[in-house]
Design a protein around this ligand. Structure first.
Ligand SMILES: Cc1cc2nc3c(=O)[nH]c(=O)nc-3n(C[C@H](O)[C@H](O)[C@H](O)COP(=O)(O)O)c2cc1C
Length: 205
């Protein structure tokens, strides 16, 4: 696949089959993703590849607790009381990637950077998105979620994660149950890029 095609098609995929995903595919995706940039080239990422059925079951429980108590209510009472198919079946997805970042690697010593909500943890997400792109290129589906972050203490206990490695993302990875998306809903360039100043003319083609 062309890089542009992959970038334009790497949308979230939540309907996944239980068919196994070869370990070698995950390895190859990570082997390419590791070329992501990071501040100071500190490469603070750690990935826990969870395939064990019992661990996935436990992760699924934690995911559902977080989803139904903290996330679904954000979408209003109707959604809060609605079953969520992804949350209910996430444990069935054959591979779960827990991406962590070493806290030391995202601390710069420059207060303005460390306090910034944008820059603070930014060094991990180019790596995470490289994983998303690599999976898409291979026809696999996933969704980057942060739903497990509020359950971090329980996840740490379950997977033996030491202090100093916060969760950056959880990606359940599997083969798509339906055709992968090809046309994502995204705003056109003209709506967010301007020339020479914030209020400048919209960048045209
Ligand atoms: C940093 C980040 C956190 C996200 N967290 C969640 C999440 O917790 N749950 C979820 O379902 N999707 C999550 N997403 C996926 C977004 O919802 C998705 O990219 C966006 O809605 C666009 O949807 P589409 O790719 O299906 O077009 C996250 C994406 C990013 C980049």
């Amino acid at each position: 696949m062309e890089l542009t095609e992959v970038m334009r098609g790497a949308g979230s995929v939540r309907a996944l089959t239980t068919d196994p995903v070869p370990r070698s595919v995950i390895y190859d995706v990570l082997d390419a993703a590791r070329f992501a940039p990071s501040g100071g080239n500190r490469q603070g990422w750690r990935v826990i590849v969870v395939t064990d059925t019992e661990l996935r079951r436990r992760l699924g429980e934690l995911y559902r607790t977080s989803w139904y108590t903290l996330h679904a209510p954000l979408f209003g009472p109707a959604r809060a009381n609605q079953p969520d198919e992804y949350a209910d079946r996430v444990h069935e997805v054959p591979v779960h990637l827990l991406v962590l970042t070493s806290e030391a690697s995202i601390t710069t010593g420059v207060t303005a950077l460390d306090r910034s909500r944008v820059v603070g943890g930014a060094s991990i997400y180019p790596f995470v998105h490289n994983i998303v792109l690599g999976l898409r290129e291979r026809g696999l589906g996933t969704t980057l979620t942060t739903v497990l972050v509020p359950m971090e203490e329980q996840v740490k206990q379950l997977l033996g994660i030491p202090d100093g490695y916060p969760i950056a993302a959880h990606l359940a990875v599997g083969w798509p149950a339906r055709p992968l998306p090809t046309r994502l809903r995204r705003n056109p360039v003209e709506t967010f890029a301007t020339e020479n100043s914030f209020g400048g003319p919209a960048l045209g083609a």
